[in-house]
Design a protein around this ligand. Structure first.
Ligand SMILES: Cc1cc2nc3c(=O)[nH]c(=O)nc-3n(C[C@H](O)[C@H](O)[C@H](O)COP(=O)(O)OP(=O)(O)OC[C@H]3O[C@@H](n4cnc5c(N)ncnc54)[C@H](O)[C@@H]3O)c2cc1C
Length: 289
């Protein structure tokens, strides 16, 4: 049961940030509430004042500029999975959004809430890393933009300051000719493992690749060293290289045992699914050419 709560509904970022500063620990940002209300109901989080940010118009837009697609923090997963701009600009991201939980959670939960909560078992962040996405954070002190890679710090920990809101996510297009895929392993609603790959093929070999893995350790990670190793290799060699990288993957991903899978299982499946994701990208490239 929830105790009595005060609900504030600011209409500007300034107002919301001011409320967070004034109420400090007593106030919490409330977007869709999919995570927040669950935690409060289970007594895992206490709050007296909810700062509902859904009335701030700026947090709801989806707009495409030449350098990036901008998605407001309060856009829901359901809108993202079906929005034509998102599907055209970042199809694997739209697909990852369609895989989140179930239709109830996708209607309720927002992209900003997902990224700010930073549960390791999440989908969108992993794909956004291969797009080199960044996030805009705002408060009464002004705005700043940081790479998503630097926003994720650790399990449930991000670079947000206590009086800051996430305003939007900037998603640059993939380089010309690069094709992406997102692979997800799950037994329950939340993913046990998520793998995103974006690859540019050149006459059957990998010219450039971007790889990211989520759910294995504390946060989603890009695999820059492995990406470099794959350059110039055939699909078959690339799959072999991925399967051989256990030590590198262990060091990078810091696998953890949890309710959704054992550390060794997730690590083993990472190698397998990186190979699957590369194969899917190569298949899409064949269809396109
Ligand atoms: C049953 C269930 C299954 C799920 N399965 C999946 C899954 O398969 N894949 C997946 O990726 N996710 C999954 N999720 C997580 C879900 O996607 C997130 O719960 C949802 O996106 C959170 O968004 P929200 O708007 O409801 O956030 P809220 O619950 O409102 O907020 C979450 C946290 O973020 C903070 N916050 C929210 N928005 C902002 C903002 N703009 N600026 C600053 N702080 C903010 C809040 O203060 C709170 O700490 C699941 C959740 C549930 C309950």
């Amino acid at each position: 049961m929830l105790g009595s709560l005060q609900l504030l509904q600011p209409t500007t970022v300034d107002e919301a940030s001011g409320a967070l500063r004034d109420f400090a620990e007593r106030g919490k940002v409330y977007a869709g509430g999919a995570e927040l209300l669950l935690l409060m109901r289970h007594g895992l989080l206490q709050s007296e004042i909810l700062v509902d940010i859904k009335k701030i118009e700026r947090l709801h837009g989806i707009a495409c500029a030449s350098d990036a697609l901008s998605v407001g923090a309060c856009v829901t997963h359901h809108i993202l999975e079906s929005n034509p701009l998102v599907r055209a600009h970042a199809p694997s991201f739209a697909y990852a959004e369609s895989q989140v939980a179930n239709v109830r959670v996708r209607n309720q939960g927002t992209l900003g809430g997902n990224l700010c909560f930073n549960d390791p078992h999440s989908d969108p962040g992993t794909v956004l890393l291969v797009h080199n996405a960044s996030v805009t954070l705002g408060s009464q002190r002004g705005e700043r933009q940081i790479p998503l890679h630097d926003f994720f710090l650790d399990v449930y920990e991000t670079a947000l300051e206590p009086d800051e809101l996430m305003l939007d996510v900037q998603i640059p297009p993939l380089p010309n000719g690069m094709i992406s895929a997102y692979f997800r392993l799950h037994r329950f609603q939340r993913p046990t493992l998520g793998v995103a790959a974006a690859v540019k093929m050149n006459h059957g070999t990998i010219a450039e690749s971007r790889l990211a893995v989520g759910c294995v350790g504390p946060k989603a990670q890009r695999l820059a060293e492995l990406e470099t190793k794959l350059n110039g290799s055939s699909l078959r060699d690339a799959k072999r290289i991925c399967a051989e990288q256990k030590t590198y993957l262990r060091n990078m991903l810091r696998p953890m045992d949890d309710l959704l899978g054992g550390a060794d299982y997730k690590l083993y499946m990472t190698g397998v699914m990186l190979g699957e994701a590369l194969e899917q990208v190569a298949r899409k490239d064949n269809v396109r050419t």
